[in-house]
Each structure stands twice: as structure tokens, then as C-alpha cells.
Design a protein around this ligand. Structure first.
Ligand code: IPE
Ligand code: IPE
Ligand code: MG
Length: 252
């Protein structure tokens, strides 16, 4: 594969931990919640850039299963923000041909918010250019646990033999089995950890850490992450020589 070709390689699935809203606000003498509001702008930029670059799936970590432990006032603002952002942005998503899906344990949210989630998903159901997955009350361990529970039920019912449980079966019971695993996994805000995001699915994702706080992460910063990804060689356990030989054989 020549350099030109490599430069055009776009990840099929990008996953992002949108971190740093609170620190961004504190640095400016603002309440943490102002950072969450400011972060909505970055979401819009990254969604639109994903469409423009031809990314197929974008998964954003908006609220983790652990974030309930934050001060009540901050959690309430985040819930309100979900509500108002969905109301305002759905039309824009439709215009950009973006399909929305909320992933996570939604049973913890208010009925009002769940109705809003369903409405937004329904309004964008036929859109095809980008699948936007927003992870809310999501945790990688929760996802694996609910898959294990589903499989255990099938075993108990006699539909699956324990020896038939393989990686493909486990993967098929995770919360979004119909999309490919993330190719590029971005975290903003300077921390270098996964914080219980897509644990199973990110086994071979390329990790990218940005020191920018999420409200500062704009189209240019995202473009830099995509460029960085395009220059990497993904080996999936093979040697570098094997990867080069097989991409030449494919006609690169
Ligand atoms: C990420 O920003 C948003 C959520 C977790 C909801 P933070 O709120 O974690 O911001 P920092 O990490 O405290 O700066
Ligand atoms: C991860 O950020 C969750 C989201 C961005 C939604 P956190 O700020 O909650 O992660 P930790 O607590 O620093 O690991
Ligand atoms: Mg944080």
C-alpha cells in the first residue's frame, strides 16, 4: 500500500470518551455544568466531520454507569441537557442523514427521557450515512454482564450447549452486535484510561489520547486524530511483513 492510499484510510467506527468538560469550566471560573453545555458544540462538530470523512459509526460516551455517583445537581443538569439537546438536534441529524441510537442500561432513566430517546431514534431510523451511538448509563462491564445473562438463559432453556459458547456468540449478545468493532478509540481531557467504556469491542482498537478538553476538541483536532489513525499499521497479531504482503496482494 502506497502512502497516498494509506492517507485516505478512514476508520469505519470511531469511539470517543468525551472527557474534560468540568476542568474546562473550572479553568474559566465557571461551574462544571457550563462545561457540559459547552461540550455539546464539540459533539456537533465531530458528528458533522464524521459524515464528511465517511466514518460509518460514531460511538460517544456521554454518561457512564459510574457517573451517577456525581453530585445530584450535576447529574440533573446532564439529564436536562440530554433532553434539550435531543429536542434541538434531531432535525439536524435528519438533515445530515444520521441515524441515532442510544446504548446502555436505559431502565435507570426517567420515563420522560426514555420517551424522548425513542422519539429521536424513530425520527432518524431510515438515515444511512452515519450511525451515531450515544452511550448513556453505559459500562463495558454492564454490557458483558448482560450478554452473559442472556446466554445463561439460553443454556438453561436448552437452546445453547455450553461448549457451543464461542467469541462470536458472546459478541452477538452485546448491546450493538450489528456494527463493526471500533477502529479508532479517542479520549480527550488528558487521562490515559478506558474508564469502563467499550471493553470487549475495543480489543484491537487504535487508541488516541488528546490533551484538549472536550469543549476544545474541534474539527481540526478530530482531523488530526483521523490522520494519525491513517498512518498506523494494524497488525492483529501478524508480523509487519505479513501485513504488507497481504495488502499488496489485495492490490494496494
Ligand atoms: C466528561 O467530562 C463528561 C461526563 C463524564 C459526563 P467530565 O465531567 O468528566 O470533566 P472532567 O473530567 O471533570 O474535567
Ligand atoms: C468517562 O469520563 C465517562 C464519560 C466521558 C461519559 P469520567 O470523567 O467519568 O472518567 P473517570 O472517572 O475520570 O475515569
Ligand atoms: Mg472526567
Amino acid at each position: 500500500m502506497g502512502d497516498g492510499e494509506r492517507a485516505r484510510r478512514v476508520p469505519e467506527h470511531v469511539a470517543i470518551i468525551m472527557d474534560g468538560n468540568g476542568r474546562w469550566a473550572n479553568q474559566r471560573g465557571l461551574p462544571r455544568t457550563a462545561g457540559h453545555r459547552a461540550g455539546a458544540k464539540s459533539v456537533r462538530a465531530v458528528v458533522e466531520e464524521s459524515v464528511r470523512h465517511g466514518v460509518g459509526v460514531l460511538t460517544l460516551f456521554a454518561f457512564s454507569s459510574e457517573n451517577w455517583r456525581r453530585p445530584r445537581g450535576e447529574v440533573n443538569v446532564l439529564m436536562e441537557l440530554f433532553m434539550s439537546t435531543l429536542q434541538v438536534e434531531v432535525q439536524r441529524l435528519v438533515e445530515h442523514d444520521v441515524r441515532l441510537r442510544i446504548i446502555g442500561d436505559l431502565s435507570a432513566f426517567s420515563a420522560r427521557l426514555r420517551t424522548q430517546f425513542e422519539k429521536a431514534e424513530a425520527a432518524t431510523r431510515d438515515n444511512r450515512r452515519l450511525m451515531l451511538q450515544v452511550a448513556a448509563n453505559y459500562g463495558g462491564r454492564w454490557d458483558i454482564t448482560q450478554a452473559v445473562r442472556a446466554i445463561a438463559r439460553e443454556v438453561a432453556a436448552g437452546r445453547v450447549a455450553p461448549d457451543a459458547i464461542d467469541e462470536a456468540l458472546v459478541a452477538s449478545r452485546l448491546s450493538f452486535p450489528d456494527v463493526p468493532d471500533p477502529d479508532l478509540f479517542i479520549r480527550t481531557g488528558g487521562e490515559k484510561r478506558i474508564s469502563n467504556f467499550l471493553l470487549w469491542q475495543s480489543a484491537y482498537a487504535e487508541l488516541y489520547f488528546s490533551d484538549l478538553m472536550w469543549p476544545e476538541f474541534d474539527a481540526a483536532a478530530y482531523g488530526a486524530a483521523l490522520n494519525d489513525f491513517a498512518r498506523r499499521q494494524r497488525r492483529f497479531g501478524l508480523t509487519s511483513e505479513q501485513v504488507t504482503a497481504s495488502s499488496n496482494a489485495v492490490g494496494g
